[in-house]
Design a protein around this ligand. Structure first.
Ligand code: SDX
Length: 380
């Protein structure tokens, strides 16, 4: 009997030097650095530099990367037109997927031979930075458009995280909120062979282009078992309403075998290494916005579910309510994940390109035995 590894659970398929997820020590290293140290000390774009290049940037290297990204920070008119062509009630993940697809189509225009679309190492570094620099304006515009608001330009005096908040809300970003948001971007940036990253690697392994791989990854991340969970956590909070409703709500949810979004993980089985850092950021926002009610709901649901099922929160659990307190629409949460994870995706895409092998697993056939069309006579 063939040993089928459903969902590739526990299957090691390749090496990676980008990050190390260690469930035994409950740790996560980005190019060797503990993610907690990076989240507490580095701006998100310095961590992007680290994931792409293998080392933290000097001040000059970081400035050069910021300068190189400048041409793409503004919302490109073709991208705005493509988003505006979508119904206002399109899902923001569909908007972001469309926007990346448009950027790719524009950049690759004129390349007729598909063998040339994959590009050189330099071209793919530039494409990675292009998407990273362009996504804040795209995600921010998506939320503003739904509120009938015009896009806001990037500001030169603000860093990546602060600009993201500025372009979304048009208010001077508070340093405490910027720090919490920056920590979330660092924590979300990379996580080895998760479903969306592996999707990007599969697409890259056929020698398709970086943009196609990122579009595929966005499709995978949208799913509520993956990135869509941070949005789903907020839907659950809205359903429960307040802490006093947690027990009856959970009784009913578990009785109907519902998955409680924001809990559990394929790799971490004793808790997600990123949660303490993001939870501390969430708690700081609770204080800042005087929202003890949302913390009481958060703590009560976590305590009840962990107590009953022994299944621990993942990063999406603290991120959802944290983004809610920052003012992001619930539907904007997973696009925020895209803006952060595009760094991990593109680091893995370039790693796959550097030592490629077509990813094509086997399957065990369990369909009908061979049979034939009645009356068919083979040509002789
Ligand atoms: C992310 O891979 C990554 O690194 C992903 C990510 C990243 O940074 O890229 O960390 C981001 O996607 C985090 C996960 C976000 N998803 C959710 O919060 C959705 C809810 N979680 C579950 O669907 C589940 O925990 C998964 C999908 C995350 C992991 O599932 P597994 O490893 O396939 O485990 P499983 O679904 O087989 O669960 C084992 C048991 C099952 O019970 P039985 O059927 O054996 O009785 O635990 C139960 C499950 O029903 N279980 C849950 C549960 N998670 C597991 N039951 C209720 N609620 C849950 N959340």
């Amino acid at each position: 009997m063939t040993d089928i590894k459903k969902g590739l659970a526990g299957v090691v398929v390749d090496y990676t030097a980008v990050s190390k997820v260690n469930p035994e020590t409950n740790s996560l290293l980005y190019r060797g650095y503990p993610v907690q140290e990076l989240a507490a000390t580095q701006p998100a774009d310095a961590v992007a530099y680290l994931l792409w290049n293998g080392e933290l940037p000097t001040a000059e290297q970081l400035e050069a990367q910021r300068e190189d990204g400048r041409p793409w920070r503004a919302l490109a008119p073709e991208v705005k037109a493509a988003i505006d062509a979508l119904p206002l009630d399109s899902h923001p993940m569909d908007e972001v997927r469309t926007a990346v697809s448009v950027i790719g189509a524009l950049d690759l225009a004129g390349i007729e031979n598909v063998l040339d679309a994959v590009g050189t190492v330099e071209q793919n570094r530039e494409r990675s930075l292009h998407l990273y620099a362009a996504l804040p304006a795209i995600v921010a515009y998506g939320q503003r458009r739904r509120h009938g608001l015009e896009p806001i330009e990037w500001r030169e005096d603000l860093d990546y995280a602060a600009n993201f908040l500025w372009m979304t809300f048009g208010e001077e970003p508070d340093p405490l909120v910027v720090d919490a948001f920056n920590r979330s971007l660092v924590l979300y940036a990379e996580h080895s062979f998760n479903a969306s990253t592996f999707t990007a690697r599969v697409i890259t392994s056929t020698l398709s282009d970086l943009y196609s791989a990122v579009v595929g990854a966005i499709g995978a991340l949208k799913g509520p078992l993956h990135g869509g969970a941070n949005e789903a956590v907020m839907h659950i909070f809205d359903e429960i309403g307040e802490a006093s409703n947690v027990v009856p709500w959970l009784d009913e949810a578990l009785a109907s075998k519902r998955k409680i979004m924001g809990f559990g993980h394929r790799v971490y089985k004793r808790g997600d290494s990123r949660v303490p850092t993001m939870q501390a950021a969430f708690y700081s926002l609770v204080e800042h916005y005087d929202r003890a009610d949302i913390r009481e709901l958060y703590d009560t649901l976590e305590g009840e579910f962990v107590g009953r099922k022994g299944i621990y929160p993942n990063l999406d659990y603290p991120s959802g309510p944290a983004y809610n307190l920052m003012g992001f629409d619930t539907l904007t949460f997973t696009p925020l994940f895209v803006a952060a994870r595009v760094v991990g995706w593109t680091a893995h895409i370039m790693e796959q390109m550097a030592a490629n092998a077509l990813i094509r697993p086997l399957s065990e056939y369990n369909g009908p035995d061979e049979r034939h069309i009645e009356g068919y006579v083979a040509d002789t």
